[in-house]
Design a protein. Sequence first.
Length: 140
Amino acid sequence: MEFRKFGNKYVVRMDRPEEVVSTLKQFCQAQGITLGWIMGIGAVNKVKVGLFETANREYHSSILEGDFEITSLLGNISTMNGEVYLHLHINLADKKHQTYGGHLNEAYISATGEFLIEVIDGNVEREFSEEVGLNLYKFR
């Protein structure tokens, strides 16, 4: 991974075979980033995506393998229990231009990944919501 900083923004490049989620989390920890936005594009060859089924509060994930373009990666940075917490979603396209998407658990770079991180000065903590079954922003 390589990066440059411009004011409150970072431009980040990942190379194969870096794993996107863990690399971004480690980067945020190293740079002291506790609140912000992430967006990205690139190419990956193994991705674990998930979906939260609200009716029964169950999380389901699938592993996709093959050549995929990241057509959009969006997410936010916050903290939970004082640790960096990333909430990322991804859309992918395969060689037939079929798309897949969901909550991003992990993705492995096959060619390159290009990401922009915008830092917000502050901190928003998360906590688990028994009612919803997810880790939600905590504002109280």
